[in-house]
Design a protein around this ligand. Structure first.
Ligand code: DAU
Length: 292
């Protein structure tokens, strides 16, 4: 079933009907550029929506927390931006720089506060940039694949030196599974790919892989790269220290970046109907206003 987490009545009714003994909360507005255009929408979904889930879970089980768990999936963006060196650790200070990151930091704080105030058993994980099948083409990788297929420019913000730590989505799913079942209550775990890449290097690698797969002259896609106006408040570098998760639960990513990127491109090349479907309608308006 599908519903809106900001709809308090709906959330209460499904919790009362199904008596969920655990929540794995991934529902969120997740795109930084959209949060710059509409911060309130992010506060509503990410903060109010999370409070609705916490309240519904709390009303159902208060005083009877044995075997229950609220798991909040969050982002490394709550820690702000790194300089040229250093890694985000679980103890790093929260310094969110975008409305999106601030809304996720807010939801993390509410989850922790329900743990302290109502004894709700919780766990939180903060993950780096995901990529893989079904990612909406507002995010860098699917946006570039879609634009290459449509022979449109590949917009790189600023000088392209901003760095992200990329994790294949299936590896994030395996971390979530492990943390949900084995993670210690009241703990937070950082999840990352041990895989830092500058945006410009990533897009060049993507272009090369697409050209190879489409059996066309190397360099064809790269010609589409266009440097555009930077994102306001654009975080320079994210890099996760995921060693706590490795030490405590033995987790490591299993897919290399080259492999993950190749699988991702294959998926999009074989899913043109899906791409066309999600990029028609309101996506066109979003794209025009974002990249005008
Ligand atoms: O770090 C985890 C976060 O990663 C998640 O919490 C967010 O939900 C997710 O959107 C992602 O945030 P980013 O802002 O890093 O992802 P995005 O794909 O939007 O951008 C990746 C990098 O590429 C970033 O430095 C901005 C840049 N970029 C992005 C777009 C969409 C461009 O240069 N051009 C673009 O058109």
């Amino acid at each position: 079933m599908h519903g809106d987490i900001t709809d308090e009545k709906y959330i209460n009714s499904i919790f009362n009907t199904y008596k969920f003994d655990a929540v794995i909360h991934l529902a969120a507005e997740s795109h930084v550029d959209r949060s710059i255009a509409d911060p309130l929408m992010f506060a509503k979904t990410n903060i109010i929506g999370t409070i609705n889930l916490l309240n519904a879970f709390n009303s159902l089980w208060k005083n009877n927390w044995e075997g229950k768990r609220f798991y909040h999936i969050s982002t490394d963006e709550v820690y702000g931006s790194l300089g040229e060196s250093g890694l985000f650790e679980e103890t790093s200070m929260y310094r969110p720089n975008s409305p999106y990151a601030a809304s996720k930091a807010g939801s993390d704080h509410f989850v922790r506060a329900y743990g302290e105030t109502y004894d709700m058993p919780y766990v939180i994980s903060n993950c780096s940039n995901n990529y893989g099948p079904y990612q909406f083409p507002e995010k860098l990788i699917p946006l570039c694949i879609n634009n290459i297929l449509n022979n449109k420019s590949l917009p790189i913000y600023g000088d392209g030196k901003n760095t992200r730590d990329w994790l294949y989505v299936i590896d994030h799913a395996s971390a979530i599974d492990l943390i949900f079942h084995k993670g210690k209550a009241s703990e937070t775990y950082n999840v990352g790919g041990f895989n830092e890449c500058k945006n410009i290097d990533l897009v060049k690698l993507l272009c090369q892989q697409v050209d190879k797969k489409l059996k066309r002259k190397l360099g064809t896609s790269e010609k589409l790269i266009t440097f555009v106006k930077d994102r306001p408040g654009h975080d320079l570098r994210y890099a996760i220290d995921a060693s706590k998760l490795n030490r405590a639960l033995g987790w490591l990513p299993s897919v290399t970046f080259e492999e993950g990127l190749s699988k991702t491109i294959d998926w999009y090349l074989n899913s043109k109907d899906w791409l066309e479907n999600v990029t028609s309608g309101s996506y066109q308006n979003y794209y025009k206003s974002q990249y005008k």
